[in-house]
Design a protein around this ligand. Structure first.
Ligand code: ZN
Length: 209
């Protein structure tokens, strides 16, 4: 299986959305929905992608902002999120008490469960719960590709200064679930460029023991 990954970043927060597609079947998902869903729709259209679901690494406003437009254009495909943040998308309660922004309320919400697989079409993602930036933060793993959301960045880690953040849990999740993976695992973050587990192990100043 050849997995193709395409990223779009929005101009406001530099938040990445990813198209992840099986090159053979064209089955695809979108991971996170930044402020410029039109760019992602264009990328998906050009790739000939059959987008079957939208997966959320977490539900901060800059990662869910594009959901209404994506769902309007792609139809009512499932949106998958960890149960600890399900209420954000089902009930429309903001993730952060620091931000008032009202999330969209969605009908078709499914669960991403720790250590279980999310399978859609020919794609199979392993779900790794990597909380701490937010309670339901997950890393989605397909082959040696990791979509880490705002847990791990190239050269940095996610903020943990919000009321529902937990800096210790964030570091623990990164160390036990991510840094234990093969060094050539490719990391696609919620913001910024891609990196590898090996590079972050050696150079990320937030992860030195
Ligand atoms: Zn973010």
């Amino acid at each position: 299986m050849t997995i193709r990954v395409e990223a779009t970043a929005d101009g406001r927060f530099g938040t990445n959305s990813y198209l992840v597609m099986d090159q053979d079947t064209k089955d695809a998902v979108i991971i996170d929905a930044n402020f410029e869903p039109e760019s992602m729709l264009e990328v998906a259209r050009k790739a000939g992608a059959n987008v079957l679901a939208i997966l959320m690494t977490h539900t901060d406003v800059d990662h869910i902002a594009g959901l209404p437009t994506l769902l309007e254009q792609l139809g009512p495909i499932p949106v998958a999120v960890h149960d600890a943040e399900r209420h954000v998308l089902v009930e429309g309660t903001p993730l952060r008490r620091e931000f008032a922004a009202e999330p969209p309320r969605l009908e078709n919400v499914t669960s991403l469960k720790e250590q279980s697989h999310y399978r859609v079409g020919s794609l199979d993602f392993e779900v790794l719960h990597t909380p701490g930036h937010s309670p339901g933060g997950v890393t989605l793993k397909i082959g040696n590709l990791l979509f880490t959301g705002d847990a791990l960045f190239a050269g940095s880690i996610g903020r943990s200064d919000f009321a529902n953040s937990n800096g210790r849990a964030l570091l623990e999740g990164i160390h036990t679930k991510l840094l234990s993976l093969p060094e050539d695992s490719v990391v696609y973050s919620g913001h910024g460029p891609k990196t590898t587990i090996g590079k972050e192990k050696r150079t990320n100043p937030f992860l030195s023991a």
